[in-house]
Write a protein that binds this ligand. Structure first.
Ligand SMILES: *[C@@H]1O[C@H](CO)[C@@H](O)[C@H](O)[C@H]1NC(C)=O
Length: 432
C-alpha cells in the first residue's frame, strides 16, 4: 500500500516536471492566411469569435497575409471554412507549445553566453525595466525626469521618463509621446522604447542632436506591467489583469480597445474571457487612464503619439471606423516618412512598411489609443506594428538589435517632420 502510494506520487511529480511550460498551446497551430478583399477580412473576424481564433497578425487585402492561431478542436472547422471560401493558407507553426519551448532554450543559451547584454537587447522583466529608468534618471538629472504615472491593477508602479534639454519649460518645443507594451505578449516592443532612451540620453549621436534639442520626449516603456509579467507564465497573454466579471478564469481587458473613442462599437467581444474584451466601460483600466491623463496634461504640446505594437510592419492612423481626420494628408506624410526611413535600413529579406488609415488598410476597430489621441487633438497619433522578421512573437536577440536600430531611425524621422508642422500650431496658439 505504502509503496504503491509512493509510486503514484512519484509518477505525478515526474509528470509535473516533464510537463512543458507552454503546454496550454500544445497542438495549437498557426496558419498564414491569404486575404483577398474586405469580405475575406470580414469572414476572418467572424471566425475569430466563432472558433476562438487568435489573430497574431492582421493581413492587408491582396498585399499581406494574416497569421492566425487555432486550437486543436477547431482546426478542422477553420480549414474547412477557408476552403469553402476559396481562401488559400499555409502552415506557419504546427505546434505552438513546441515552438515556444525551443525559443526558450535558444534564449537561455544566448543569455548564458552574454554576460554584458544591455537591457534593450533582451526581454527585460518589470524590475529590470524600472531599474534602467531609475538609473538613467539618476545619472542624467539635467536631462531626465522619472515620473510615477500610478499603480497597475495589481499594484505595480508604472513609470515613465521625461527627456528634455530645457526641463520641459520651453513651450515652443513639441512633445513626442511614445509607449509600448499595452499588449503583454508583444515582447519586442519594450526594447525599442528603452533603446530610444539610450540613443537620446546615453548615446546621442551628432546626427540626432536636433531631435534631442528641439523636441521634448515622454517615454512609457511598460504600459501594462501586470499583463507583461503574467505573459512570462502564460506566454500569449495580451490583456490587463483586472477582474470585472468576478471570475478568476476570465481576467483582463484589451487595453487597446478600452479608450474612449467609438468605445465597444466594432471589433470587440462582450465576453470577458475574450482577448478583445473592451472592458465594462471606456477607461475601466488604470493602465489606460494613465495614458489618457498624460495626453490631457500635455495636450497643448504633444505633437505626436506613437503606440508601438508587434507585429506586421504597419504605420496606421485614425479612425478605426474608416472616417479620416482633417489632416489625413499630413498624417500619411509623417507616417510614410517614418516607414520609409525604416525601410531604407531594413534587411533584404524583410518586406516594406505599409502606411494608412487602420480601418482602410486592415479592419475596423474601436476604442484604441491611436484614435483617442487623434480625437482629443494630438495632430499625429499612430499605431506602429514592428517587424518580426518571420519569427512572430519569438523574435531572437540578433533581430531585437536590428529592430531597435531601424525603428529608432523611423522615430527620429517622424519627430523631425512632425516638428516642422508644430511651428504653425505654436504660432497660432501664442497669437490668440
Ligand atoms: C467599418 O465602419 C464603417 C462605418 O461605421 C462601416 O460603414 C463599414 O461597413 C465598416 N466595415 C466593416 C468591414 O465592417
Amino acid at each position: 500500500m505504502e509503496t504503491r502510494y509512493l509510486l503514484v506520487l512519484c509518477a505525478a511529480v515526474l509528470g509535473l516536471v516533464t510537463a512543458g511550460k507552454h503546454d496550454i498551446y500544445s497542438r495549437h497551430s498557426v496558419y498564414n492566411v491569404q486575404v483577398r478583399n474586405k469580405a475575406d477580412q470580414h469572414l476572418l473576424h467572424e471566425l475569430e469569435q466563432q472558433l476562438e481564433l487568435d489573430i497574431w497578425q492582421n493581413g492587408v487585402a491582396g498585399v499581406r497575409e494574416a497569421q492566425i492561431m487555432v486550437g486543436p478542436e477547431r482546426q478542422r472547422e477553420f480549414l474547412q471554412a477557408l476552403e469553402l471560401h476559396g481562401i488559400q493558407y499555409s502552415l506557419h507553426l504546427n505546434d505552438v507549445a513546441e515552438a515556444f519551448e525551443l525559443h526558450d532554450r535558444q534564449m537561455d543559451t544566448w543569455r548564458a553566453t552574454r554576460r554584458n547584454r544591455k537591457v534593450f537587447q533582451d526581454y527585460p522583466r518589470y524590475e529590470e525595466v524600472n531599474e534602467y529608468l531609475e538609473d538613467v534618471a539618476r545619472r542624467y538629472p539635467n536631462l531626465v525626469t522619472l515620473v510615477e504615472a500610478g499603480k497597475s491593477y495589481e499594484g505595480r508602479d508604472i513609470k515613465y521618463l521625461k527627456i528634455s534639454t530645457t526641463n520641459f519649460e520651453d513651450k515652443s518645443k513639441p512633445i513626442y509621446f511614445m509607449t509600448t507594451m499595452i499588449h503583454a505578449r508583444e515582447w519586442v516592443t519594450t526594447p525599442t522604447t528603452l533603446y530610444s532612451i539610450h540613443r537620446l540620453v546615453e548615446n546621442l549621436r551628432t546626427e540626432d542632436t536636433d531631435v534631442l534639442n528641439d523636441v521634448d520626449w515622454i517615454i512609457l516603456p511598460l504600459l501594462n506591467p501586470d499583463g507583461y509579467e503574467y505573459s512570462h507564465t502564460v506566454r500569449l497573454w495580451r490583456k490587463t489583469r483586472s477582474n470585472h466579471a468576478n471570475n478568476p478564469a476570465c481576467l483582463g481587458v484589451d487595453g487597446n480597445r478600452n479608450f474612449g473613442k467609438n468605445w465597444a462599437t466594432i471589433g470587440v467581444s462582450p465576453n470577458p474571457c475574450s482577448d478583445i474584451y473592451p472592458g465594462p466601460e471606456a477607461f475601466s483600466e488604470q493602465e489606460t487612464r494613465n495614458v489618457r491623463d498624460i495626453m490631457q496634461e500635455y495636450l497643448d504640446r504633444i505633437q505626436l503619439f506613437m503606440d508601438i505594437h508587434s507585429f506586421g510592419k504597419y504605420v496606421t492612423f485614425g479612425y478605426g471606423d474608416e472616417s479620416l481626420p482633417d489632416n489625413a494628408a499630413q498624417l500619411h506624410l509623417v507616417g510614410s516618412a517614418m516607414g520609409a526611413a525604416i525601410d531604407a535600413r531594413k534587411q533584404p529579406q524583410a518586406g516594406f512598411y505599409l502606411v494608412g488609415n487602420s480601418a482602410t488598410l486592415m479592419y475596423n476597430t474601436s476604442g484604441c489609443a491611436q484614435d483617442f489621441g487623434q480625437d482629443i487633438g494630438i495632430p499625429f497619433s499612430y499605431t506602429l506594428e514592428l517587424p518580426s522578421y518571420g519569427y512572430d512573437f519569438r523574435v531572437p536577440p540578433t533581430y531585437v538589435d536590428i529592430i531597435n536600430e531601424e525603428t529608432w531611425h523611423g522615430i527620429a524621422a517622424s519627430a523631425r517632420l512632425a516638428r516642422s508642422f508644430y511651428r504653425v500650431r505654436y504660432n497660432a496658439a501664442t497669437r490668440s
